[in-house]
Design a protein around this ligand. Structure first.
Ligand SMILES: *[C@@H]1O[C@H](CO)[C@@H](O)[C@H](O)[C@H]1NC(C)=O
Ligand SMILES: *[C@@H]1O[C@H](CO)[C@@H](O)[C@H](O)[C@H]1NC(C)=O
Ligand SMILES: [Zn+2]
Length: 237
């Protein structure tokens, strides 16, 4: 390199490192669409801690998903996401829904009416662990069974210790891909056989999905794993 081209080189290096940092920092945007006097908005702003708490916990959940859950230690391993938007919105029929890859709608009606055994702030946090997993997980470009991806999202709340008292107990359910907490408990069993199982399975699901991934990781087909798992917990429905 000639001396004359050195400034250009340094300049290019600076631009590269700035954009590299830009890739690492996910932006968290929270939009409250429900009216200010909606019971869900009022709870969101008071007992939940509003936008500041949401942005802070999104950062924590993001780190948990990358480091602990999926063990993706370099940006190349991760699903590229630059912004996650959360809408607090007046709708019924679901607690929350992830859509468009990186957007999450949280039901203000659900927040208003939640009357479960946990605090509303705890419940909201648990919901964000689940929904943010959908943002970051691979789904085999749409080929993975939805109930497996839902199982992985509930496995996050299990691992993060944000699972409610009614969460499925180990051994429960009638099939491995029943989804949600049932599949989460089965994945917990697989993780006991092969440390980092869920992280490895997620990694394999980047471009495609095949049920043989279970055999590839554990040496046993999924149906055999399910039989072994049920046998380990006799009498659990
Ligand atoms: C989520 O809320 C946004 C903003 O109101 C809306 O445009 C979008 O259609 C909603 N998505 C779903 C899946 O309901
Ligand atoms: C299964 O594992 C083998 C080696 O252990 C590997 O070569 C193969 O690509 C894997 N198959 C899939 C579908 O990932
Ligand atoms: Zn889900």
């Amino acid at each position: 390199m000639s001396m004359a081209s050195l400034p250009i080189f340094l300049c290019a290096l600076l631009i590269f490192s700035l954009s590299f940092h830009g890739i690492l920092a996910v932006k968290y945007v929270v939009i409250v669409e429900a009216p200010p006097n909606h019971g869900g908005t009022v709870k969101f702003n008071t007992i939940i801690g509003g936008i500041p708490y949401t942005q802070q916990i999104m950062g924590q959940i993001n780190t948990f998903i990358w480091s602990t859950l999926f063990q993706q230690n370099t940006p190349a391993d991760r699903k590229p996401v630059d912004t996650i938007q959360i809408f607090i919105k007046d709708f019924k029929g679901a607690e929350g829904i992830t859509w468009g890859g990186d957007r999450i709608n949280v039901s203000a009606v659900y927040l208003r009416d939640y009357d479960g055994p946990m605090a509303t702030k705890w419940e909201y946090t648990s919901l964000l662990y689940h929904e943010m997993t959908h943002v970051f997980q691979w789904n085999g470009e749409g080929k993975a069974p939805v109930m497996l991806t839902e199982g992985i999202a509930d496995y996050t709340i299990l691992k993060a210790n944000y699972f409610p008292p009614a969460f499925a107990k180990p051994g429960s359910g009638d099939k491995w891909d029943k989804g949600y907490d049932f599949t989460a408990r089965f994945l917990e069993y697989c993780d006991g056989l092969v440390p980092g199982f869920v992280a490895k399975l997620n990694k394999m699901m980047r471009k495609t999905y095949d049920v043989s991934f279970f055999k590839n990781l554990t040496g046993k087909p999924v149906e055999q794993l399910w039989k072994d798992y049920k046998a380990k917990h006799p009498g659990v429905k």
